[in-house]
Design a protein around this ligand. Structure first.
Ligand code: ZN
Length: 298
């Protein structure tokens, strides 16, 4: 006779053994407090509520031109009060690939001046579009500049296109206000899990280990509506959602890949350095998700 109790114990042990998850932190960019169905303030409250619920310290990379929008200054202040790390994402969100060194470095300093008022501001810099310079000279000029200013690279390890899912959802809701948002949620979760697995295995392949990840999200409606589901998904897959402050202690964030054009996910760039032939460029873009979303009517 089978003893089902033993079988269940055995299967769950196997599950624990094989489904060993990684570690991921939440980082949120831009802080554009425009209206996206919810106001910037409402989105901010939703995101903060979810982070508090899960007792997670996230990192917010603020593009400071948005601080002049209604409730943005208070919204970022609320992040600081809740203990979340505030980092620099420039004043104007220029792409470094399309901007000269002087203009770009001035833009970094402009943001720096505005972010100093927040208590949890730390000198972590995140490149807009993850573009770190299209020539060796520009790349090294800015790296030197950031070091001289005491900045560390607030690099992304798990890049994704949450911004694209958000854009498609807003476009859809404009035409069909009653469209079922859970269809976007399901695609969003699947997409982010797919990218997480990709960068996790690329890390194993490139570095021989998995790292403490930084996942790139944006201060958008998708984050306000789906962040809780996303964190729950990671947990259900055996992943640990860790503080961004802990993730940035991983020694990987000190590495400076040599590839040109510089940038993309840090793991992608390190893999490129090693001569990995399987990489696409750009590493992530809405174009890669378009066909599937079209097919699903999203
Ligand atoms: Zn950005």
């Amino acid at each position: 006779m089978f003893n089902y109790k033993y079988i269940i114990t055995y299967v769950s042990l196997l599950f624990t053994f094989f489904v060993h998850g990684g570690e991921v932190s939440i980082t949120i960019d831009d802080f554009n407090f425009n209206d996206q169905l919810l106001s910037g303030e409402e989105r901010n409250n939703e995101i903060l509520k979810t982070l508090t619920k899960h007792k997670i310290i996230a990192a917010g990379f603020v593009t400071t031109k948005y601080l002049s929008l209604p409730n943005a200054q208070n919204g970022v202040e609320a992040w600081s009060k809740a203990g979340h790390l505030i980092g620099n994402h420039t004043e104007n969100h220029f792409s470094y690939a399309k901007t000269n060194f002087n203009d770009f470095s001035n833009d970094v300093l402009l943001a720096d001046g505005k972010l100093k008022v927040f208590k949890t501001f730390q000198k972590f810099f995140r490149f807009p579009y993850l573009k770190e310079g299209e020539t060796e000279e520009k790349r090294d000029q800015l790296r030197k500049f950031l070091i001289s200013q005491g900045y560390k690279n607030g690099a992304v390890t798990i890049d994704a296109s949450d911004w694209y899912v958000n854009k498609r959802m807003l476009d859809k809701l404009k035409v069909y206000p009653d469209f079922d948002k859970t269809k976007f949620r399901d695609f969003y979760l699947k997409h982010l899990w797919d990218r997480t697995q990709y960068y996790s295995s690329l890390s194993q392949k490139t570095l021989g280990r998995d790292v403490k990840h930084t996942l790139l999200l944006h201060h958008n409606l998708t984050t306000a509506l789906f962040l809780d589901d996303l964190i729950e998904m990671f947990k259900s897959k055996g992943w640990k959602v860790i503080d961004a402050t802990e993730a940035f202690n991983d020694p990987i964030y000190k590495l400076q890949p040599k590839n040109i054009p510089a940038g993309e996910s840090l793991i992608w760039a390190l893999a490129k350095d090693k001569g990995d032939k399987t990489l696409r460029y750009p590493a992530e873009d809405g174009e890669y998700e378009k066909a599937e979303m079209d097919k699903l009517g999203l």
